[in-house]
Design a protein around this ligand. Structure first.
Ligand code: IMP
Length: 175
């Protein structure tokens, strides 16, 4: 039980950390000797970003955040709006967009198109989770944690109406 919700572990904290170690190594090996700007998509990616950057041992790694309008409840409004912009220019930089989950794909599609207009040298996507059954637009995910079924999940940064982000694992939400 988590408050008035019942949650069930879907992906354990240990499974998440093991996968992040693998992804971090892959990202580091592709960016050896280069600067990498990791951009977390607020708010859901904060935990994944924090663990992921610790698994990427590059001395020239930088972190920034971009905020987009999020879901009301469990359904996508389809509306994507920037609520918090980057603190720095990414022109000529190698950029890694770090997202919690690719659901319909609309958010990442919008952010990739938006960031491309700022002329980064390269632009890649890391997503902890993907729900392919819900895809409305195709987006490339260069570094993916886990593929999940069409179920609403919470925890490890993902929320339900602002709550349950603090779970150390990814959980199914039963109501
Ligand atoms: P998309 O634009 O439909 O791909 O949705 C992306 C955003 O929707 C994510 O960054 C999450 O904030 C939110 N979202 C999608 N599915 C879930 C879920 O199962 N649990 C919590 N948030 C979700």
């Amino acid at each position: 039980m988590t408050g008035s919700y019942r949650t069930e572990v879907l992906i354990s904290a240990e499974q998440i950390q093991a996968r992040i170690a693998e992804i971090g190594k892959a990202i580091a090996s592709q960016h050896t000797g280069k600067r990498l700007i990791c951009i977390g998509v607020l708010k859901g990616s904060f935990m994944f970003l924090a663990d992921l950057v610790r698994a990427i041992p590059l001395p020239e790694l930088e972190v920034d955040f971009i905020g987009v309008s999020s879901y009301q409840g469990t359904e996508s409004t389809g509306v994507v709006r920037i609520t918090h912009d980057l603190a720095r220019s990414v022109e000529g930089e190698d950029v890694l967009l770090v997202e919690d989950i690719v659901d319909t794909g609309l958010t990442v599609r919008y952010l990739l198109d938006n960031l491309a207009t700022r002329h980064p040298r390269s632009l890649k996507v890391a997503a902890l989770l993907e729900k392919p059954a819900r895809a409305r637009v195709a987006v490339p995910i260069d570094f993916k944690g886990f593929t999940i079924e069409d179920r609403f999940v919470v925890g490890y940064g993902l929320d339900h109406d602002g709550r349950l982000r603090n779970l150390p694992h990814v959980a199914l939400l039963h109501r």
